[in-house]
Design a protein around this ligand. Sequence first.
Ligand code: FES
Length: 158
Amino acid sequence: MSAANIEFSKELTSFIEEWGKKPGGLIMMLHKIQGEFGYIPRSAAEKLSRMVSLPLAKIYGVITFYHLFKTSKPGKHRMAICMGTACYLKGGKDLVEEARSILGIAGNEVSDDGLFSIDEVRCLGCCGLAPVLQIGNEVYGKVNKDQLPDIIAKYRQL
Ligand code: FES
């Protein structure tokens, strides 16, 4: 997708027109772009830069400062593994390592088949079920790392 032809929806365009000049607007606009594309493509950041007359370096400064913004396309199935205190204490980190090892990915990469990416996230709000893993809208509680191959296999077929 080149900068010349990336399309923003009408809704996103009018949001940017509304928030372009407001204080704190940059973060709001980046959230909205990520909501539309699932991440922030470089071409979208360039287009935003032109639309609101902000230097691209400033936009990337904000994107890289806040970990919630992604600059690469996530997998079809985004695996969110909770690293909140309860989950961390109950083995959340082991889940992350095991999932990365099964999928052969490091950090925020996407699996070679494009199907999976892993995000370490803050408390998902169901600490009683720690450790918790979420894929799409489905939440798995009290997950043991031995269950991961089966959970992953289920999504490979979707
Ligand atoms: S700490 Fe994981 S759900 Fe709260």
